[in-house]
Ligand binder design. Structure first.
Ligand SMILES: Nc1nc2c(ncn2[C@@H]2O[C@H](COP(=O)(O)OP(=O)(O)O)[C@@H](O)[C@H]2O)c(=O)[nH]1
Ligand SMILES: [Mg+2]
Length: 361
């Protein structure tokens, strides 16, 4: 991040200088009045612009440690610059009670401290440095955060002449891939009247096939098992009359890049695939981050977070959405099939983070 300070007789002129030098994407970090050489009161604006260092191409064939290192160093540099240049915001943070309350509540809920600081700094800039009341601060913060959270609606249309849409459920062991697939299969079959098929690629764990087969039987959905790529092709071909096919996969430790490569090779050249990356909200923030990084080589349609009922630290969900560009589609909120699932919304995610009765709209 490149940080610069501009001084001009008026705020308007200072902002024009910022725009000219750092471009329209520049972030205003702070503003204050300073005396000019002639003794008049001028406006000083500190502003920053993201500086992108180009990283090597990533993909399932690369272990990309260099790209990761560059990204980490870049992140540390940006945050340091931001801390140094945002002295005013730090002072406000200490002095303003609702602001300090919000700051601490977000940290308690597990939101990444750096993100909290950046989002609050931007929110304060929006408020133009005015000492604000609680609802105004919360609203300005929510506006910033909402701008970073994308929610996906992956089942909007029934696939027409091009054949069935195929949805795979990928992710670490025990996160709830099979349970989530069953919940969504019930929703699509009963509420949306989709003609469905289910394929299980999970022949690794004893009982995994039986678990899904039972759900498929209850829902009266055709079910088949595939051991390898050619089985998968055959199974998809047999179900080609369906509107959608849901594919369950084996949970693996995807911090091991080899497992991601294997998954990638299974789905390579299979058309109309949408991949859901299923993650548990109970996982550690850094583990979630690493898992998502390792899945970058696979074209992930959206993230699904499960087990929201088992944690009070929902910040780790939002951390991933702010860090990465993936949208979130569904939230798993319990073990019951099919009840315990809901479509992710920005409002719901914000409600998980903010203290009750926060006054935000
Ligand atoms: N509390 C809670 N448990 C869940 C949720 N989703 C799945 N589970 C449980 O997590 C365990 C593993 O689920 P499973 O679907 O077999 O995970 P998989 O290995 O990723 O396929 C089971 O006991 C599920 O009932 C959820 O949203 N909340
Ligand atoms: Mg499973």
């Amino acid at each position: 991040m490149q940080v610069k300070t501009f001084t001009a007789p008026t705020m308007e002129k200072a902002l024009a200088l910022v725009k000219k030098e750092l471009g329209p994407e520049a972030i205003i970090l702070s503003t204050r009045k300073v005396p000019s050489d002639s003794g008049e009161s001028w406006t000083e604006v500190s502003a920053a612009r993201e500086q992108r260092i180009s990283a090597p191409e990533t993909g399932p064939g690369n272990d990309f440690p260099a790209a990761e290192m560059i990204r980490d160093v870049q992140e540390i540099k940006s945050f340091l610059s931001l801390l140094i240049s945002s002295r005013d915001h730090l002072t406000q943070l200490r002095a303003n009670r609702p602001l300090a309350e919000l700051y601490h509540s977000l940290l308690v809920h597990g939101l990444d401290e750096k993100q909290v600081f950046i989002l609050l700094s931007k929110a304060l800039s929006e408020l133009d440095g005015e000492p604000a009341e609680r609802p105004a601060i919360f609203n300005a913060f929510c506006k910033q955060l909402v701008g970073k959270i994308n929610c996906a609606r992956p089942f909007r249309v029934v696939s027409s002449s091009g054949g069935p849409a195929v949805y795979s459920f990928l992710g670490p062991t025990g996160v709830g891939k099979t349970t989530t697939l069953a919940k969504l299969a019930a929703y699509l079959k009963i509420k949306r009247r989709f003609e469905l098929g289910i394929v299980s690629l999970d022949t690794y764990r004893i009982g995994a096939v039986e678990q899904l087969k039972t759900y498929a039987e209850i829902l009266e959905i055709p079910f088949s098992v595939a051991q390898n790529k050619s089985d998968l092709r055959n199974a998809l071909h047999d179900l080609s009359h369906c509107d959608a096919i849901m594919v369950d996969t084996t949970g693996k430790n995807y911090l091991n890049q080899e497992h991601v490569r294997h998954l990638h090779s299974l789905f390579e050249n299979v058309p109309r695939f949408s991949h859901f990356l299923v993650l548990s909200a109970t996982a550690k923030d850094e583990d979630l981050r690493q898992t998502i990084v390792h899945f970058r080589g696979i074209d992930i349609n959206s993230l699904i977070f499960t087990k929201l009922d088992e944690t009070v630290h929902h910040g780790c969900i939002v951390n991933q959405l702010v860090r990465f560009n993936y949208p979130v589609s569904y939230l798993g909120t319990g073990q019951r099939v099919p009840e315990d699932i809901e479509a992710a919304t920005q409002k719901r995610l914000l409600a998980f983070l903010l203290p009750a009765g926060n006054g935000a709209v």
